[in-house]
Write a protein that binds this ligand. Structure first.
Ligand code: ASP
Length: 314
């Protein structure tokens, strides 16, 4: 029998104790994941998740999240949500109380309002300052051809290429939290919540709320969650790919490495990370650009353990 445990990406490091306490009380993996994600969403010093997230080009903070149950393969997700902080909880209610998997934008907000979620101003003074500084100074550093008009990119030059601007923003301007848990009943749950890429185009949705791209779990084989350039995880179906690789017998590390190799094959200098565990409780991680740390606690841990994933080079 696998001892209940929780693991997560960088942003979860200081919050895993919340989840492990829930697992120690014999509660389920979904509760541990949801409560840990909520704590990260409330941390305004994290500029890639929830409160304090850096806004999109129009100055709006929009959040994406998903949650999955490995026992039933039920999943819930929301994308492009404004004015509601705990998108992980809204995603859970989508899973448990709606016939759907993914709600977006106005519809997701209406669903949250209908269920009585409280509205929250997500744009903090720091995030607003960051946005204004970007508009006034950094935008021009990214390329003299770019300007912002009513929150949208505009170009005065003929060789305008929106990709250039986006590439220059990468790779450090974004964040996400992955939280993954294994409970006393040997059930798995995974959650991912994010404000996405800083200064994204209005309407942009990343991999975090896309089941199979940024988040996937299945009690029979294991779980995988991504951080990094969401567009790559969507194109590659990364989280589900890692779980399928574990199904074929690869260890979590091998499965993560394989999916990062696939990313290396499709673009130059990618910036992607994935962390995983299997049904035996073995863990792993891999990244295209660093020795990715991830964080682990089981019900006997005194403190959070840092584990290191592999760096998959071209
Ligand atoms: N994967 C997230 C997204 O693309 C961002 C991140 O993990 O840094 O929205």
């Amino acid at each position: 029998m696998v001892k209940p445990f929780i693991m997560g990406s960088d942003s979860a490091k200081n919050f895993l104790e919340i989840g492990i306490k829930i697992l120690s009380e014999g509660k389920n993996a979904l509760d541990a994941v949801e409560q840990t994600c909520k704590a990260v969403e409330s941390n305004q010093d994290d500029h890639g998740v929830g409160l304090g997230g850096i806004p999109n080009l129009a100055g709006e903070v929009t959040l994406d999240a998903s949650i999955m149950c490995g026992r039933t393969l039920n999943a819930g997700a929301v994308a492009h949500v404004r004015d509601y902080l705990h998108v992980i909880s809204i995603a859970r209610r989508v899973m448990e109380e709606s016939p759907h998997v993914l709600l977006v934008g106005d519809g997701a907000e209406l669903f949250a309002e209908h269920l009585g979620f409280e509205k929250t101003k997500l744009l903090t003074p720091y995030a607003e300052e960051f946005y204004n500084a970007f508009k006034e100074k950094r935008l021009h550093e990214l390329g003299p051809e770019f300007d912002l008009d009513k929150g949208y990119l505009r170009a005065d030059e003929q060789d305008y290429d929106i990709n250039k601007w986006f590439e220059r923003l990468e790779p450090h301007m974004r964040g996400t939290v992955d939280v993954m848990a294994f409970d006393i009943n040997q059930n798995i749950a995974t959650g991912v919540t994010t404000s996405g890429t800083y200064l994204k185009l209005p309407g942009r949705v990343g991999d975090s709320p896309i089941i199979g791209a940024g988040n996937y779990c299945d009690n029979r084989y294991g779980a995988a969650c991504c951080t990094g350039t969401g567009e790559l995880a969507i194109r590659n179906g990364s989280a589900r790919a890692v779980v399928v690789y574990m199904k074929t017998g690869m260890s979590p590390t091998e499965a993560c490495e394989e999916s990062m190799k696939e990313i290396q094959e499709i673009v130059e200098k990618p910036s992607m990370n994935v962390i995983a565990f299997n049904s035996l409780g073995e863990t792993g991680g891999a990244s295209t650009h660093r020795e990715i740390p991830y964080y682990y606690m089981n019900i006997d841990s005194q403190r959070v353990e840092t584990r290191k994933g592999s760096w998959v080079k071209k």
